[in-house]
Design a binder for this molecule. Structure first.
Ligand SMILES: NC(=O)c1ccc[n+]([C@@H]2O[C@H](COP(=O)([O-])OP(=O)(O)OC[C@H]3O[C@@H](n4cnc5c(N)ncnc54)[C@H](OP(=O)(O)O)[C@@H]3O)[C@@H](O)[C@H]2O)c1
Length: 257
């Protein structure tokens, strides 16, 4: 039986990964900040699928949180076969409307935690010559979309580079680039979603299913939906100025600060 560790496992895309992997018989390590919610989810997945679901409370914007998850990923007695670096959020506001503290928190969760957890997992996976890491980025990585898009560009570039460096080691890495997904993300970030057309919304369970197929195929970057694949094709052709005008506005109407 294999074990998957998922960060941001309690809601949205992370919860969909947890449901799907548990249904396939993988044991889980569930990571997020809300212990009560993690425990409830672990009990439900254990009862429904008969898998072991371990709870690891960690705030990935803190040194202690990142260290605790690094430690778990490095434990040779309980190896982790699949790491899903999924925890993430959007700040409420555009550039200069968000405090520098909040900007740096985003970089800590989206970049530093992803770097350090990928390194911890990949090091022990390389010793065992097997394992995989999925880093949840976004299609925002490919278009001008505030500091959020910039942080997700880092995730894509980092994952592609590390995947190349580890080619042939038995460790696979994949950046997952979803479009808009119905989760708690937009509400938490205080984002109005009225100007996002209905066809742009993805379902988290379908997204995860397509992502795992791409991982099995050995892709380093996954855009797991034909609509967004087509859109990203157009993005490559569109003039940067026009593109930035659209991408930096869609779904970025913030409520009062
Ligand atoms: N929804 C979209 O449209 C969309 C599109 C593209 C990419 N993404 C990316 O997908 C990932 C998941 O987002 P989602 O839409 O599923 O969001 P979500 O529904 O808001 O879930 C976020 C999860 O991350 C956890 N989390 C947040 N901050 C954390 C921290 N500091 N430390 C540990 N855990 C933390 C949350 O749990 P706690 O609050 O309990 O910690 C929760 O489990 C993110 O990386 C996001 O950038 C989302």
């Amino acid at each position: 039986m294999t074990t998957a560790l998922i960060t941001g496992a309690t809601a949205g895309i992370g919860a969909a990964f947890a449901r799907r992997l548990a249904s396939e018989g993988h044991n889980l390590v569930l990571v997020a900040r809300d212990t009560a919610r993690l425990r409830e989810q672990a009990t439900e997945l254990h009862d429904r699928h008969g898998v072991e679901a371990e709870v690891l409370t960690a705030d990935l914007s803190s040194e202690e949180g990142i260290s605790a998850v690094e430690k778990r990923l490095s434990d040779p007695r309980e190896p982790v076969d699949l790491l899903v670096n999924n925890a993430g959020f959007g700040n409420k506001g555009r550039f200069l409307e968000v405090s520098m503290e909040d900007e740096l928190t985003m970089l800590k969760v989206h970049c530093e935690a992803v770097l350090r957890l990928t390194a911890a997992a990949a090091r022990s996976m390389r010793e065992r010559r097997r394992g995989a890491v999925v880093n949840v980025a976004s299609v925002a990585a490919f278009v001008p979309r505030g500091t959020y898009g910039a942080s997700k560009s880092w995730v894509v570039q980092f994952t592609q580079g590390a995947a190349r460096d580890l080619a042939g080691s038995g460790v696979r890495l994949m950046a997952l680039c979803p479009g808009f997904v119905r989760t708690e993300f937009h509400q938490r970030a205080g984002m109005g979603t009225e100007n996002i057309p209905g066809w742009m919304w993805l379902d988290a369970d379908r997204l995860v299913s397509a992502a795992l197929t791409d991982l099995a195929r050995g892709k380093a970057v996954s855009i797991p939906d034909p609509r967004y694949k087509a859109l990203m094709g157009l993005v490559k052709l569109a003039p940067r100025g026009v593109l930035g005008g659209i991408s930096s506005k869609t779904g970025r109407k913030y409520g009062p600060q």
